[in-house]
Design a protein around this ligand. Structure first.
Ligand code: FES
Ligand code: FE2
Length: 397
């Protein structure tokens, strides 16, 4: 994908009249010092599970009900620890020469092929990453600082006890920033998704006047529409879009619908989009764009319904398995995936238009309020070997 485009510098050169986003441009492989969703809890069993996030290879281990994450690289000769064996509880043993690490802090506790008195023991440590297991999802903190509480990075209503979450983690081609831009992009939904099967009976407006406003300052930016024009007369094109008897405009049922997620489409750091009351009034869609490397991201898609009724929970799960997963998260969002991939491949300058203030508002938010350091594009990063005595504690609740 990026052979002709190794550094993904497609937005430079750009018009000098446009704003500059140096931090955003540098964050090719993501933003450190945030919590990211990595997988569903059910995806991690007894087997070790490797994942690459923010250019870093990580291996997840479940040990006596707790989950730990270590850098997926043996410090001896660099063999991935995903191949490790389990010699004794609480440890993993590198498959090559038997270096054995405590999964909770990454310390080398035995070097089996050098005898019990091996002098290297206690002198080496594999970097570890704090993990939280909440709402059936494994969250990992990737950063240099002490982790903030998970609640600071995950929408509060998403973590509520009555939130029932279904969804899908998919590896997608395309840089995470263009995925986030696409998610919040105001104009594309009204044109690209016109052919989505899920919207067969929906008349999408021709154009809208939209402002981007902060909500819960510092947390979300959201789209507020001041005008919605269902059809209009265009030069050359004439009347557009054509009205069809089977297509209805978005009914007030959707706009009025209230869930704990509020209403509207909103975006927050480090790349979490919320589409409240969509695709139906009592369900809200969330997606995270978790950077993997410069040309791919983990696309985490969730549908949440807030209820304590067992019947409504069953209906929510069944609707997802029967059609929402396929119509929404696969076909509808598949249209987005193709665009994100092509934007990533492109290396020309961009020429923005009015609705793109949604895109620039997101770039500005990253530029102004980002917590951590951007991860530049490069080969897979190797975290610095930590000092012994400086032990991370894997949190787990
Ligand atoms: S490479 Fe892991 S023990 Fe040698
Ligand atoms: Fe879209």
């Amino acid at each position: 994908l990026t052979q002709d485009n190794p550094l993904l510098t497609r937005r430079t050169p750009r018009s000098p009249s446009l704003e500059a986003w140096p931090k955003y441009d540098a964050a090719v492989q993501g933003l450190r010092n945030y919590w990211y969703p990595a997988m569903f809890s059910t995806q991690l069993g007894r087997r070790l599970k490797p994942v690459q996030l923010l250019g870093t290879r990580i291996v997840f281990v479940r040990e006596a009900g707790r989950v730990f994450a270590l850098h997926d690289r043996c410090p001896h000769r660099g063999i991935p620890l995903r191949f490790a064996r389990r010699e004794c509880p609480g440890t993993i043993t590198c498959v090559y020469h038997g270096w054995t690490f405590d999964v909770s802090n990454g310390r080398l506790v035995a070097a089996l092929t050098d005898g019990p008195d091996s002098p290297i023991v206690g002198k080496v440590r594999v970097p570890t990453y704090p993990v939280a297991e909440r709402k059936g999802i494994l969250w990992v903190w990737i950063g240099d600082d002490q982790p903030v509480p998970l609640e600071e990075d995950v929408p509060e209503e998403f973590l509520r006890d009555d939130a029932n979450i279904v969804g899908w983690f998919r590896l997608r081609t395309g840089n995470w920033r263009y995925a986030a831009e696409n998610g919040f992009d105001e104009a594309h939904a009204k044109y690209l998704h016109r052919t989505a099967w899920m919207l067969t009976f929906r008349h999408l407006p021709a154009w809208t006047t939209t402002n981007i406003v902060p909500i819960e300052p510092g947390q979300w930016i959201t789209k507020k529409q001041s005008a919605v024009v269902l059809e209009d007369d265009y030069p050359v094109v004439g009347k557009w879009p054509r009205r069809r008897w089977w297509k209805r405009p978005n009914t007030s049922r959707y706009y009025k619908a209230r869930t704990p997620a509020g209403t509207g489409t909103s975006l927050r750091l480090p790349g979490c989009l919320r589409v409240a009351s969509f695709p139906s009034g009592n369900v809200s869609h969330y997606e995270w764009y978790v950077p993997v490397d410069e040309r791919s991201h983990l696309y985490a898609q969730f549908l949440v319904r807030w209820t304590t009724s067992p019947l409504e929970k069953l209906v929510h799960h069944s609707k997802y398995d029967l059609y929402r997963k396929w119509l929404f998260h696969k076909q509808f969002n598949g249209q987005d995936a193709a665009m994100v991939e092509w934007v990533t491949r492109d290396d020309g300058p961009e020429r923005l238009f009015r609705p793109d203030k949604s895109v620039t508002a997101w770039r500005r938010m990253v530029e102004k309020s980002v917590r951590g350091e951007p991860v530049p594009g490069s080969a897979t990063t190797t975290p610095e070997a930590p000092e012994i005595g400086d032990i991370d504690v894997a949190s787990n609740d």
